[in-house]
Write a protein that binds this ligand. Structure first.
Ligand code: MN
Length: 435
C-alpha cells in the first residue's frame, strides 16, 4: 500500500492561491485529466485549485528534464492510457515533481506559471480510451434493498457473500461529466399488462458508484493475485450508472442487465490517484460473524487491514424548476465507501481469477453504494421504495424517479483529522427528453 510522504504534508501550500483551502483540488490531491482549452487539442493536465496545469507544455519547456523518458512521452499524449500502463513508480515520480513545482517558494514558478489555464475556459474529456467496463454489485445495503423489493423473505441471494457479483457493461456510451443524457426508449411492461409496449422510460434512475481505473493489468490467462491487485489500480473517479428501471425489470431475466443500462454512464473526469488517497485508507468493514469465510483467492490480511476507502459520497439534484428559481442543488444522499462488502482488490482478483485480462484504461464500477437508511440510499429506486414513496423537495416538487431537465450531481471527499481534505470534482449530467 502507498506510504505517506512530503506530498501529503498538511502544511504544504501552493503559489496557485485558489488551491489553498480548495474543497477538491488542493496541492495534496494533484489528479490527472484530459483537457482542451480555447478549442486546442486535448492535453493531459493536473488540476490545482481553479487552474489546470498542462503537462505537454511542461515537458516542452523542460520542467521534466531528468525524469524517465517514458513518463515524458506518456504525459505528452492525448489520453492517459499509456500513463496508466506505467504503474506505480512513474505515477509517484510525477506526483513528487508536481508537488515540488506547485509548492509555495518553488524555484521554477515562472516557467510553471506558463503551463496554467483557467479551469473555467477548459473542456474536460474522458481521461482514457475505455476498452472494457465492468460493473460490480458490492454495495451490500443496495443489494439488500433492491432484493427486498423483489424477495422480501430472502433479499440477499445465497451467492452474495461468497462471490463479488458483476456484469460486463457497455464502454461506448460512457460520457464525461457535463455531457447530457438522453432519456432512453425501450420495451416496458406494466405489471398488470399482458404485453409490453415501446416508449420512453418512465422510471429513469441514477446509481451512486465509485469508478476504478485499471493500470498495468494482466495478460490473458494470467490471473492477478489478491496481494498484487492494488498495484493494478491507476486511480479512482465517480461513476453514475444511469438505469432505466422499467426496461431493466422486463429484460433482465435470465441474462442480466442490457438496454436498461447501456444508454449512458457518466464519469467524473479527474483521475484521483492511489497516492492522493493514501491518507484516506481504512480497514475493510468486517464481515458479519455468521458470514462465510472467503475462498483463499479472495483473502488477504493486508487488504482487510488497509484496503478500504474512507470517502464521503453525495448525490445532489437540481431540477429545471430549481434552476428557474435560482436555487442551489438539493442533497438527496450522503453515503460512504465503508458500505462496500467487497474491496477493490477482491473485485480485481475475482475478475481476473478465470484468466480474463484487464487492460490499462479499463474501468470497474463498484455498484451502487448505499448506506443503511433513506438519507444514504444511492438510487431513487431505493429512496422512493420502487416509486411507492416519492420524496418531497424543499421547493415543493416531488420525485419518485428522474424527470426531464433534472441534473444529477455526484461528489466525493476524503476527510480525516490531521490531513488536508481532497475531493473528486463533480460527476454531473442533465437529462434530456426522449426523441
Ligand atoms: Mn450499477
Amino acid at each position: 500500500m502507498t506510504r505517506l510522504d512530503q506530498t501529503h504534508n498538511p502544511k504544504l501550500e501552493s503559489w496557485v492561491h485558489s488551491a489553498n483551502g480548495h474543497l477538491d483540488f488542493p496541492i495534496q490531491n494533484l489528479p490527472l485529466g484530459v483537457v482542451s482549452s480555447n478549442n486546442g487539442s486535448p492535453r493531459i493536465s493536473v488540476a490545482i485549485g481553479n487552474q489546470v496545469f498542462d503537462l505537454r507544455k511542461a515537458v516542452a519547456v523542460g520542467l521534466f528534464k531528468g525524469q524517465c523518458s517514458k513518463l515524458e512521452e506518456a504525459v505528452s499524449g492525448e489520453t492517459l492510457n499509456s500513463f496508466m500502463a506505467l504503474g506505480e513508480g512513474p505515477r509517484q515520480a510525477l506526483r513528487v515533481r508536481m508537488s515540488e513545482l506547485l509548492a509555495r517558494g518553488a524555484s521554477e514558478q515562472d516557467r510553471a506559471e506558463s503551463c496554467l489555464h483557467d479551469a473555467d475556459n477548459c473542456t474536460m474529456h474522458l481521461p482514457a480510451i475505455i476498452g472494457d467496463y465492468t460493473d460490480f454489485y458490492v454495495g451490500i445495503h443496495h443489494a439488500t434493498n433492491v432484493g427486498n423489493q423483489f424477495r422480501p423473505d430472502n433479499p440477499l441471494l445465497p451467492n452474495y457473500k461468497h462471490i463479488p457479483i458483476g456484469y460486463h457493461g457497455r464502454a461506448s456510451s460512457i460520457c464525461p461529466s457535463g455531457a447530457a443524457v438522453r432519456r432512453p426508449k425501450g420495451q416496458l411492461k406494466q405489471p398488470e399488462a399482458l404485453e409490453p409496449q415501446f416508449g420512453p422510460s418512465q422510471r429513469l434512475d441514477y446509481e451512486l458508484e465509485l469508478g476504478v481505473w485499471m493500470g498495468p493489468g494482466n495478460s490473458l490467462g494470467q490471473p492477478i493475485k489478491i496481494a498484487k491487485a492494488a498495484e493494478h489500480v491507476a486511480g479512482y473517479c465517480l461513476l453514475n450508472d444511469w438505469s432505466a428501471r422499467d426496461i431493466q425489470a422486463w429484460e433482465y431475466q435470465p441474462l442480466g442487465p442490457f438496454l436498461g443500462k447501456s444508454f449512458a454512464t457518466t464519469l467524473s473526469p479527474w483521475l484521483v490517484t492511489p497516492e492522493a488517497l493514501a491518507p484516506f485508507r481504512m480497514p475493510q468493514t468486517p464481515r458479519g460473524e455468521s458470514d462465510p469465510a472467503v475462498l483463499p483467492y479472495l483473502a488477504s490480511a493486508t487488504d482487510q487491514r488497509e484496503g478500504g476507502l474512507d470517502l464521503k459520497l453525495e448525490v445532489l439534484l437540481l431540477t429545471a424548476r430549481m434552476r428557474e428559481q435560482q436555487l442551489a442543488p438539493q442533497r438527496l444522499t450522503l453515503s460512504h465507501t465503508c458500505h462496500m462488502y467487497w474491496s477493490v482488490a477482491q473485485m480485481i482478483a475475482h475478475h481476473t481469477s478465470n484468466g480474463c485480462n484487464l487492460r490499462p484504461g479499463d474501468i470497474l464500477g463498484t455498484g451502487t453504494i448505499s448506506g443503511v437508511d433513506r438519507t444514504s440510499y444511492g438510487s431513487m429506486l431505493e429512496i422512493s421504495g420502487g416509486g411507492k414513496n416519492p420524496i418531497s423537495l424543499a421547493n415543493g416538487e416531488e420525485r419518485s424517479f428522474i424527470e426531464d431537465g433534472d441534473e444529477i450531481i455526484l461528489r466525493a471527499h476524503g476527510v480525516r483529522n490531521g490531513y488536508v481534505s481532497i475531493g473528486f470534482g463533480e460527476c454531473r449530467a442533465k437529462v434530456l427528453p426522449a426523441i
